[in-house]
Design a protein around this ligand. Structure first.
Ligand code: ME8
Length: 520
């Protein structure tokens, strides 16, 4: 395999100070969907996720709970962050923790390399630090506090007071990379996406970059600076390195050259870290920059970014316990344009579940399979006599396969699903017009009935292949009901309409059962 030939995709590594909410699950699902899609397109896809465990934020939470930070991190990883992956059906290839030895040792190697190459110096810094963001803030990042913080300057993201810090630190000469970064954004317009995010990053860098403080000495929960163990590495510098330490940097050159560079999926809140600081770090180390950095929008509740600190967080299981993981995945990937903010509402979720998943897709599958069972004893008819209406379905299968693949290559996940849904809608219309139940009444219409059911079964199989990255559980069930060969995930998604199957269908339980209870 040649260098970087794989499709390596990452989520942010999440802070373990708290449990996940649906915003974190949203990023996980998006990255997982893309990884599954590329895997099914025959690529060497690799999905990395994990947890960010060092720094003051975690230290303070652990201390407040009377345990060591490592004990706290272990507890949260095992009881909350790893279970999240099951809750929303994530098929990750790796899970990295910044307390893993493979990370700590190789992050130190990276740092030492930058130090030896002259990219790091000792300096002093005074500024306002937000522990929530784990970041020094510029005065322009601060707003007037409200409520109990009236009269104080607070972080615009966390609405909490910032702390004035004065420290002697090590600094990374980030300012020297401004021109190279601007050239990168210019030469590779897809490097930062979506376009609005790219423009924001470019104008930020054009204002000039400061050097970056990359160590802290007032506490010790972190990776020790290799040449000075009275300092720990700044938590963001440490965290960003997870993307290469998990890929074998410093210890497995073959793996590293196969995987790196990666596609990073992050929320827009942390885009600058990924689109400015991270490529500058890699340039300093002489390593390739990421393939691209995509900053998705925020899930909003009541018009505000959902967050635990503002008590607007919704646990993913609140949704999946009622609707299931497939519905979670479908809803957030379909209803929100990937890259834009989106408001979550229980009403919208219930309405889409009912009309699109249960009535649109689920019912179509149940009806077609039930008719093959009833009219053909479960044997999938074989026929060669097709009408224009049948050919039109076939053409739609090919068209939406291509359109969805093209949308995925642009990371336009919502567009890909919308394209596939054209086939769901067309097949439903086709069944209504062809009325196989009417054809079944007259033996003279047998050939026509066979052609209609054959066409519908082919279309359903194509849907199972195309929707498998989105709603994997339902598609696995549909695939086995269609008598599909092997696993649906082994079918090539870029040629979905060519799927190969067996000769018989078997009964199918409702893919998206009716939900009786009121939720919310
Ligand atoms: O920032 N809507 O971790 P974090 C959509 N450890 N996505 C949301 C969201 C919302 N309302 N709220 C959170 C960190 N997210 C660092 C990352 S990476 C080297 C280090 C998602 O736990 C989104 O992906 O604060 C966002 O970027 C991330 O959670 C922030 O997670």
């Amino acid at each position: 395999m040649s260098a970087g030939a794989s499709f390596y995709i990452t989520t942010p590594i999440f802070y373990v100070n708290d449990v996940p909410h649906i915003g974190h699950a949203y990023t996980e699902v998006a990255a997982d969907l893309l990884a599954r899609w590329h895997r099914q397109a025959g690529e060497d896809a690799w999905l990395l996720t994990g947890t960010d465990e060092h720094g003051q934020k975690i230290l303070r939470t652990a201390t407040a709970n009377g345990v060591t930070p490592k004990e706290w991190a272990d507890r949260l990883v095992e009881t909350a962050w790893k279970p999240l992956l099951k809750t929303v059906d994530i098929k990750n290839d790796d899970f990295i923790r910044t307390t893993d030895e493979r990370h700590e040792v190789n992050a130190q190697k990276f740092l030492q390399h930058l130090y030896d190459a002259g990219h790091i110096y000792t300096g002093e810094y005074e500024g306002f630090y937000c522990v929530g963001c784990e970041e020094y803030k510029q005065p322009s990042d601060l707003i007037e506090g409200t409520g109990e913080f009236i009269g104080q300057q607070v972080c615009a993201i966390h609405s909490l007071p910032v702390e004035l810090l004065h420290e002697k630190n090590y600094f990374f000469r980030m300012s020297t990379f401004a021109e190279r970064l601007l050239a990168l954004y210019e030469d590779d317009p897809d490097f930062v996406q979506p376009a609005a995010a790219r423009n924001e990053v470019i104008s930020f860098v054009k204002q000039g970059l400061s050097d970056l403080s990359i160590s802290r000495s007032s506490f010790d929960w972190g990776i020790k600076v290799p040449w000075d163990d009275s300092h720990v590495v700044y938590v963001w510098f440490d965290a960003l390195l997870n993307y290469i330490t998990a890929a074998g940097y410093g210890q497995d050159d073959e793996k590293f050259s196969r995987l790196w560079p990666a596609t990073h999926i992050v929320g827009k809140d942390i885009l600058r870290f990924h689109a400015v600081i991270w490529p500058a770090m890699l340039m300093a180390a002489g390593l390739p920059v990421p393939r691209r950095v995509f900053g998705h929008g925020w899930l909003l509740v009541g018009g505000e970014k959902m967050s635990k600190s503002k008590l607007t967080g919704i646990a993913p299981s609140q949704i999946t316990d009622t609707f299931g993981s497939d519905a979670f995945r479908y809803y957030f990937m379909r209803a929100i344009s990937f890259g834009q903010d989106g408001s979550f509402s229980w009403e919208d979720l219930s309405a889409r579940y009912q009309s699109e998943l249960a009535n649109g897709f689920g019912n179509l599958a149940s009806r077609v399979i039930a008719m093959v069972v009833r009219y053909c004893d479960g044997e999938i008819p074989v026929t060669t006599a097709f009408t224009d209406a049948d050919a039109a379905i076939r053409a739609t299968e090919i068209r939406v396969t291509d359109a969805a693949g093209e949308a995925i290559s642009r990371l336009a996940i919502h567009e890909a699903i919308a394209s596939v849904w054209e086939l769901v809608d067309e097949l439903n219309g086709y069944i209504t017009i062809q009325e196989p139940w009417g054809l079944a009444k007259d033996p003279a219409d047998r050939d026509r009935l066979d052609a209609v059911l054959f066409t519908a079964v082919r279309g359903l199989g194509t849907l199972a292949v195309l929707l498998s990255p989105v709603v994997p559980e339902a598609c696995a069930k549909l695939w086995s009901a269609l008598g599909g060969e092997g696993l649906v995930t082994d079918q090539r998604i870029d040629r979905a309409w060519e799927w190969t199957g067996g000769t018989h269908v078997s009964p199918l339980e409702a893919l998206f059962p009716r939900i009786e209870a009121t939720v919310g």
